[in-house]
Design a protein around this ligand. Structure first.
Ligand code: ADP
Length: 546
């Protein structure tokens, strides 16, 4: 027997309709690429998104056509999120930090037909336009006054002119909720990037998950500033979640340095933000150097890479800002777990709480996880056994974009994340490493994240990466690559001694090298592949006797 309830598809346009009707006066504030601050409401955004949907129609964008964006976090990008997906086309967010050749490859693979881009990416688009045969229209996301007098791009169109000239009336179409809504490629640290094609249904369910109290806990009273980019995994779903709950949203545009972020937090009275650890490092350094305080910020979500425990403590103890450490990946939309305490853990002392919160956390409803050994046997949740992390759920990938149907991304219905993790009795997962970063020493695994966190708790260390380098006896041994804080100094021996008593003796790095800067990838994470290449010939001092 079927239930007798309304059969309404879960569509992205319904979020916009809701925000306009129930939170029409709520604000969206953007620091624009043009340099100024722009301010309008959800009502204005909805009206302009309808005009933009008419623009897409005029540009002959048929349902299922892929439309690309190359843009920072801003209101025009948000309009594209809703206009493109809402009208039944697919929004393909491109990551401008990728190598231009890789970008051209991705655009060709996705067969993007229209490219919308921010003013700051004009030189980049001019450089690669000739390599983008699938793109038949280029739209610069600015007004007439900022359009270049001449450009290497034939028939370059102006976003504001197109939107202003378009009709205001547009009925968001109804269609199957499993229709594709947006597309994001992994950053391709190993091999070619792979496309993850989200659906309206997966996006809506993910949005509910993101907004839940033990996830981001987003509410109409909050002001949220997503530092995580809208060009990578939909800014962790926040442009959708803000509409779902009616939260004020503040977009930082291209200025992600500590000073610019801090000013925006204060002037817009931001209560919640989100970013990768490297961004927060810049912000904390600025705030501490200038003796500043956060007057409204209550919580920050840190994920995308392990949050160093020192950062967690700094936010909580010195600034009174709660940290939600989360884990996810492009293939999981991305939200998977968050380290929010359970009621039974409230009795824990501060130190014990920190050690729980430093983990990647427990599953949000919708996501299930397990850890398995090399032969596929499930491992116990004892907080010690570490194995390959597998996940499943309605917003987890089944197959990569354009992969043949027989080439499922799944193993027995579970997605292998490529991460190595433990899970404790309370269901808190802790990533010890990415499987390709694990250091294999004498047949045992050494997790690099632990070693990096210890190094980063040393006051002179700004950033640390631990990589395996070849060793004649042990196969691999850990080498610590360190970037020191400006003006600070620490020696190799002092850092090695710093590990004493903190990890098993055989985990202690064999050597330390100092670099001016640790290279970061397109999503702000340490590029260990590059470090491994750079130091593959590094001669370790004799590690006998460890
Ligand atoms: P890419 O790094 O290629 O851009 P993703 O953005 O999808 O890909 O990154 C997903 C990966 O990032 C995860 O598989 C995991 O290795 C890492 N990651 C994400 N969040 C965390 C976290 N809180 N702690 C440790 N690693 C994390």
């Amino acid at each position: 027997m079927h239930g007798l309830m309304m059969d309404q598809p879960l569509l992205i346009s319904s979020l916009l309709r809701h925000a306009e009707r129930h939170h029409g006066d709520q604000q969206i504030v953007s620091r624009r690429v043009e340099g100024d601050i722009h301010r309008y409401t959800f009502r204005d955004m909805a009206a302009r998104s309808r005009r933009l949907a008419n623009v897409l129609r005029a540009l002959d964008v048929a349902p299922r056509t892929v439309v690309a964006t190359l843009a920072w976090n801003g209101y025009r990008h948000m309009e594209l999120y809703y206009a493109v997906s809402g009208s039944g086309s697919v929004l393909h967010t491109l990551n401008p930090r990728l190598h231009p050749d890789q970008l051209a490859w991705i655009v060709g693979h996705a067969q993007d037909q229209i490219l919308f881009f921010d003013l700051s990416f004009l030189p980049l688009v001019e450089q690669i336009a000739a390599q983008l045969p699938s793109v038949r229209a280029f739209v610069l996301m600015t007004d007439r006054g900022h359009m270049p007098a001449r450009s290497g791009i034939a028939n370059l169109q102006c976003y504001e002119e197109l939107v202003e000239a378009a009709a205001d009336r547009f009925e968001w179409p109804l269609f199957d909720e499993n229709t594709a809504s947006s597309l994001c490629y992994t950053s391709g640290t190993t091999g070619d990037p792979k496309g993850v094609l989200y659906s309206h249904r997966s996006t809506l369910l993910h949005t509910f998950g993101v907004a839940l109290p033990d996830s981001l806990g987003l509410r109409a009273q909050e002001t949220v500033l997503p530092v995580v980019p809208m060009f990578h995994v939909n800014a962790w779903g926040q442009p959708y979640a803000a509409c779902m709950v009616g939260a004020k949203i503040v977009f930082p545009g291209p200025q992600l340095d500590g000073k610019s972020l801090y000013e925006l937090f204060e002037t817009e009275r931001v209560t919640l933000s989100s970013g990768v650890p490297t961004v927060w490092q810049g912000l904390l350094a600025y705030v501490e150097q200038h003796g500043l305080r956060f007057s409204t910020m209550k919580r920050t979500v840190i994920g995308g890479a392990a949050c160093p425990p020192g950062m967690l403590r700094a936010f909580v103890q010195r600034h009174g800002v709660a940290v939600i450490h989360g884990w996810g990946m492009t293939e999981t939309s991305p939200f998977g777990t968050a380290a929010v305490l359970k009621g039974s853990q409230l009795v824990l002392g501060e130190e014990e709480r920190f050690s729980v919160q430093a983990k990647q956390g427990r599953c949000v409803f919708g996501i299930d996880m397990k850890i398995i050994d090399d032969s596929g046997v499930e491992l116990p949740w004892d907080g010690r056994s570490s194995g390959h992390l597998m996940v499943r759920g309605p917003w987890v990938i089944e197959r990569y974009f354009k992969a043949p149907p027989q080439q499922q991304a799944l193993v027995d219905g579970w997605f292998p994340t490529g991460d190595v993790a433990t899970i404790d009795r309370d269901g808190f997962m802790q990533i010890t490493d990415r499987s390709k970063d694990v250091i294999k020493s004498g047949g045992e695994w050494i997790g690099s994240i632990d070693l990096e966190n210890i190094a980063m708790s040393h006051p002179a260390v700004a950033m640390a990466a631990c990589i395996g380098v070849p060793h004649p006896k042990w196969d691999e041994r850990p080498l610590l690559v360190v970037q020191t804080r400006p003006g600070a100094a620490v020696g190799r021996d002092e850092l090695i001694a710093f590990y004493a008593g903190k990890v098993a003796k055989w985990w202690i790095p064999d050597d330390v090298v100092f670099v001016a800067e640790i290279p970061l990838g397109a999503t702000g994470k340490m590029l260990k592949t590059e470090l491994r290449k750079r130091f593959s010939d590094h001669r370790l001092p004799d590690a006998e006797g460890r």
